[in-house]
Design a protein around this ligand. Structure first.
Ligand SMILES: [Zn+2]
Ligand SMILES: [Zn+2]
Length: 271
């Protein structure tokens, strides 16, 4: 299994980062993608990647940070994308729920990330969270992806991490070559998540999914309320297998293949 979305650079791992990584590989993970959220944190992300060769990196500016990010941060980001361990552009996207940054700033930075993905040929790691009252944020996400690089312009692909949309959004994501990131949140409301994921898998195939933690946040049950870590990915795989009606081994095979294809991870012996 591959954790396609971890934030091991977070302070929550300062006391035992190396042990958390050891637990992940002992739990059977083949790789971890460490997701950057701002330019200032780049050295911390690099330090995480240096702890194990099976850890890959992304470089990006999280929508929450776009209000205080400087234009030079985008230049640094473009440089960081050249690093040999980088496999994606992000975390980027739009968050109208927390609203930590004005939506104009978020959209402008998201556009720049899509263009960078277009220029580098790297996939996008997209955070998409709808506001408390508004329509699904996915409308703005798909529009910007189409305008700046998707829909045949340069074929930008990516993942909607911590997928929060419905069947319509899943369909549109898949049509743009996007995977759906599935994490611990699917264990919180099984009566809603289960049927939706089964329907999506039935229509689009389970290969539309990739596994993730978004650690240290969003731990799967029975760890809700505590710190999440990559070693909990098998709990997400087990829940997804149950909902979709396939074996855990099949979830692992299919989601690993999708993650390897999307992020161009070589071979099957680690990443
Ligand atoms: Zn996110
Ligand atoms: Zn994240």
């Amino acid at each position: 299994m591959i954790d396609t979305h971890a934030h091991l650079q977070a302070a929550a791992f300062d006391a035992d980062r190396d042990l958390a990584i050891a637990r992940a590989f002992a739990a059977g993970l083949a790789g971890i993608i460490e997701v950057s959220i701002d330019a200032a944190g780049w050295p911390r992300a690099l330090a995480v990647a240096e702890l194990d060769p099976r850890i890959r990196l992304t470089a990006g500016i999280h929508p929450h940070d776009t209000g205080r990010a400087a234009p030079e941060d985008l230049d640094r980001l473009a440089e960081n994308l050249n690093h040999p361990r980088v496999c994606a552009v992000g975390e980027t996207g739009l968050d109208y729920f927390r609203d930590y940054a004005p939506s104009e700033a978020q959209q402008s930075f998201f556009r720049r990330h899509v263009r960078l993905a277009c220029e580098t040929g790297l996939p996008l790691v997209v955070h998409a969270r709808t506001g408390p009252q508004g329509p699904p944020v996915h409308g703005d996400i798909f529009r910007i992806v189409r305008e700046e690089g998707g829909g045949g312009v340069c074929g930008v692909r990516g993942v909607l991490h911590c997928f929060s949309g419905g069947l319509e959004e899943a369909r549109e994501a898949a049509s743009l070559g996007f995977c759906l990131g599935i994490g611990g949140a699917i264990t919180y409301h099984p009566r809603q998540s289960g049927p939706l994921l089964a329907t999506i898998a039935g229509e689009l195939g389970p290969e539309v999914f990739v596994l993730e933690t978004d650690c240290p946040w969003l731990p799967p049950q029975p760890h809700r309320g505590k710190r999440n870590e990559p070693a909990f990915v098998p709990l997400v795989a087990a829940a997804l297998a149950r909902y979709v009606g396939i074996t855990v081994a099949e979830v692992e095979r299919v989601t690993d293949a999708s993650a390897r294809k999307l992020f161009r991870l070589p071979g099957t012996d680690g990443i």
